[in-house]
Each structure stands twice: as structure tokens, then as C-alpha cells.
Design a protein around this ligand. Structure first.
Ligand code: ATP
Length: 361
């Protein structure tokens, strides 16, 4: 096991800048998730770490060794690919033991380590099968098994769950988390799915256009998104982002003077809007038109309109409202976020009163 450090890592494909100025330390044993929309540079970063892509610039340290220019086979790193990359003509046991045999490990030792890893992944009974005789979930376990059998210094996962159905994805996600905690191996995991990122990560790196936008624990990033890109990407559904011109309709003017003309965008969490002001610590009242109700069972999504702006609220599934209603709503003033003209979060912790009617301490 080892820590990983990226120093000014960059990758250009001709004119395309896939990754730039990627600098980050991953402590030993951490599960770090790289998350962002398609094309933001996640896979390229992971492939540079695995040795499958040569960086244009920068360094990668694995423990005390700079590995950016070492061939993949000389890095003690195991990667699980999106398509699992199993050899179709080999049995499960041969697939899992392949890298060990290549490394010259003796036959008995290979068999013993394959069996131990297979039992850990619950595929001990499948060792003689070929990949085509396995379900998608079983193939995914074989791919993970092939990574752990090598006892690597780091695990890399590139969207390993994207070929599984939603239910299986949830259980496989929990299994990967448990396994990583049990083995304590430093892990870098790539996904475009922010729910997967939030549930798996010790820390997340949100990427956009090849650049790191924010690094932090899932809850920190959720509570304090660094900019409007992160705010619009994280959360399910994500933050409502509204121009400051709606502040009158939201009856916010009392809040805004302390932030002055800096504010360009107001962020409102869908779950901080309620039909019952008594549920909220710091209620601010406003009216909006209900256009659509999406009933999801335990909760409902209310598609509202505030003047010309759409607004999404997440409320308990028990509320009874109908499309077309003009609703009086309340929202929690203490959960609002404000963003400046440059899109960055305005750190309001020093300037904002906790409530519009409360004096600043
Ligand atoms: P996805 O979630 O779709 O896999 P990603 O965030 O992993 O996306 P990358 O695959 O790292 O993104 O790609 C980053 C950028 O680099 C994209 O603009 C992509 O088109 C470009 N790119 C990646 N590989 C190559 C290549 N071999 N040649 C040219 N451009 C490439």
C-alpha cells in the first residue's frame, strides 16, 4: 500500500487538452473518486496513473517512487476496466491468476492465492467457467478478484459498475466499499455518476474540462460547492441555480445587502423547500406555480415556476398538491448558497446573518 501524489500532471492529444495542472495528494488507504461529466479527463488521469497513457507533463508518485514514465508492468497497480477485459478463452481461475503466472509465481502459490481471492469475492464455485458462462455481476466480481489477487499498492477502477442494472449496481457498490475498507488499499475510482461518487468516496475530485474544480469529502462538497459548475453537478436533483434578479420574488432582499452587488446567482437546495414552514429552522416564505408533480413513492419532486424561472422542490411523498396550484412555500434561509459574477461560491460565513431578522453577532 502507498500514497499517491500527482504534481502538475497534464495530457494533450494534439490540440485537445484532456487534463491540465492536476495536482493532488491521495493518502495511503484513501478511496478517492474522480467524478465529472463525459470528456472531463477522468479516464485519461486514471490511465496515466496505470501507465497506459504517457503524460505530456508532470509527475506521479507512488509512495517514494516517481512512476510517470515507468512501463505499466513495473507499477504495482491493479486496474478494473469498465468492460472487465477478461480473456474469453481462459477459465475464471486462469483469468484471475494470469498476472501472477506472468510474474513467475509458482503454480501452487497461484492456485492458493486465486482460491483465497475468489472466496473473498464469493466466486469460489465459478473457477472452471469461461467468462461467457457468467452473468454481468459475476464477470464484474472476477475482474475485481483479478485485481486483488495481485496484492497491489493501489487499485484503480474505471466505471466498473456501468454495465450492471440499477439494483446490482447498488449492491456491487457496497461490496467494493467493504472490500476496500477491509484491504485498506489506496484506491482511485472513476465515475460520471455523482450518486456513486457520493456514496463511495472518502474524498471526491470534481473535474470539468480537464481541470480540478473541487476536492473534498462528499458532504463538504454537497454543503459548500465551490462554484456553479459543481453546484449544478452534485446532488440528486442538484441545487436550483437562479439569477439574483429573483430575490424580490423570494423575499430575500433583507439577506442580500450584507453581500452587496457581489451576488450573481442564488443556490437553493430542492430539499430545503417545504410546504410546511413549521418544518424549517429559518423559514422564508414565497409563492410559486406548481407545473408538475413527480411522485417517487417516499418523496415527490415538485416542478415549480417562479416567474419565468423553473424551480425544483423535493418534498415528502405524503403531500397532496396538484399541477396548476399556486403554492405558498417556505425555504430554509440558512441553507442558501450565493455565487459571484465569476461563478465562485461567496464565502458568506463571516458576512451572513443566520437569519434575516437576526442581528449579526
Ligand atoms: P467519459 O466519462 O466519457 O469516459 P472522461 O471524463 O473519462 O469521459 P477522457 O476519456 O479522459 O474523459 O477524455 C478527455 C478528453 O480527451 C476528451 O475530450 C476526449 O475526447 C479526449 N481524448 C481522450 N482520449 C483521446 C485520444 N486517444 N485521442 C484524442 N483525444 C482523446
Amino acid at each position: 500500500m502507498a500514497s499517491i501524489s500527482f504534481r502538475g500532471l497534464a495530457k494533450h492529444f494534439g490540440e485537445v487538452v484532456a487534463v491540465q495542472d492536476f495536482t493532488l495528494d491521495v493518502p495511503d488507504g484513501e478511496l478517492l473518486v474522480l467524478v465529472g461529466p463525459s470528456g472531463c479527463g477522468k479516464t485519461t488521469t486514471l490511465r496515466m496513473l496505470a501507465g497506459l497513457e504517457a503524460p505530456t507533463a508532470g509527475e506521479i508518485w507512488l509512495g517514494e517512487t516517481e512512476i510517470a514514465r515507468l512501463p505499466a508492468r513495473e507499477r504495482n497497480i491493479a486496474m478494473v476496466f469498465q468492460n472487465y477485459a477478461l480473456y474469453p478463452h481462459m477459465s475464471v481461475a486462469e483469468n484471475v491468476g494470469f498476472a501472477l503466472r506472468l510474474a513467475g509465481v509458482k503454480r501452487d502459490e497461484v492456485a492458493r492465492r486465486v482460491m483465497t481471492a475468489a472466496e473473498m469475492m464469493g466466486i469460489g464455485g465459478l473457477l472452471e467457467r469461461r467468462p461467457r458462462e457468467l452473468s454481468g455481476g459475476q464477470r464484474q466480481r472476477v475482474a475485481v478478484c483479478r485485481a486483488i489477487v495481485r496484492d497491489p499498492q493501489a487499485f484503480l477502477f474505471d466505471e466498473p459498475l456501468s454495465n450492471l442494472d440499477a439494483k446490482l449496481r447498488m449492491s456491487a457498490r457496497a461490496e467494493i466499499r467493504r472490500l476496500q475498507q477491509r484491504l485498506g488499499v489506496t484506491t482511485v475510482y472513476v465515475t460520471h455518476d455523482q450518486v456513486e461518487a457520493m456514496t463511495l468516496a472518502d474524498r471526491m475530485v470534481v473535474m470539468h474540462d480537464g481541470c480540478i474544480q473541487q476536492v473534498g469529502s462528499p458532504l463538504d462538497i454537497y454543503a459548500r460547492p465551490a462554484n456553479t459548475f459543481v453546484a449544478g453537478f452534485i446532488g440528486s436533483p442538484p441545487l436550483n441555480l437562479l439569477p439574483v434578479s429573483v430575490s424580490g420574488m423570494l423575499r430575500l432582499p433583507q439577506l442580500l445587502p450584507s453581500l452587496g452587488s457581489e451576488v450573481a446567482t442564488i443556490g437553493i437546495r430542492p430539499e430545503s423547500i417545504s410546504l410546511r414552514a413549521s418544518d424549517l429552522r429559518r423559514p422564508l416564505h414565497f409563492s410559486a406555480q406548481l407545473e408538475l408533480v413527480e411522485a417517487l413513492g417516499a418523496e415527490s419532486l415538485l416542478h415549480l415556476r417562479l416567474g419565468e424561472w423553473p424551480l425544483l422542490a423535493r418534498v415528502p411523498g405524503t403531500v397532496t398538491v396538484s399541477a396548476g396550484d399556486e403554492l405558498t412555500l417556505a425555504m430554509d434561509g440558512s441553507s442558501l448558497c450565493f455565487f459571484g459574477h465569476d461563478g465562485k461560491l461567496i464565502d458568506d460565513s463571516d458576512t451572513m446573518p443566520t437569519h434575516p431578522s437576526e442581528p449579526k453577532p
